[in-house]
Design a protein around this ligand. Structure first.
Ligand code: NI
Length: 140
């Protein structure tokens, strides 16, 4: 039987501040590993988020998922939570978790996964800069 799955994507963006630091390490090691992202007074990134949802189009609507519903979900679960926030200081999700693009993508995935029909597969792509981006899960 032919695979009739389709991937749909919704793009949103938010900006947030962070600082990468491992409190188990000394200052020199933190600076060496995290570079500018270790600067003590935090700095911002303009994050672009792409949420991919994969499934069979519903025979009645022709939609894999209503994009308005997906957009509202991302806004309510992710944008309102993180936009214009200091991820280290203002969010409970990153109190004890280094806010790398990898960890942010994993947190976002978990926030959305439970709200999207389990029959649909999902993947999150997060751009920290136009050239640096991550995907979670790595393989759908
Ligand atoms: Ni940074």
């Amino acid at each position: 039987m032919t695979d009739k799955k389709v991937a749909v994507f919704r793009k949103e963006s938010f900006n947030a501040a962070h600082r990468l630091n491992n409190s188990m390490w000394d200052t020199a090691t933190n600076q060496k590993v995290f570079g500018k992202c270790n600067l003590p007074n935090y700095h911002g990134h303009n994050y672009d988020l792409i949420v991919k949802v994969i499934g069979m189009p519903d025979p009645k609507t022709g939609f894999v998922m209503d994009m308005k519903v997906l957009s509202d979900l991302i806004k309510e679960q992710v944008i309102e939570r993180f936009d214009h926030k200091n991820l280290n200081l203002d969010t409970k999700e990153f109190k004890g978790l280094n806010p790398t693009a990898e960890n942010i993508a994993m947190v976002i995935y978990d926030l959305l996964r439970s709200k999207i029909d389990e029959k649909l597969q999902m993947q999150v792509r997060l751009y920290e800069t136009p050239r640096n981006f991550v995907e979670y899960p790595a393989v759908v």
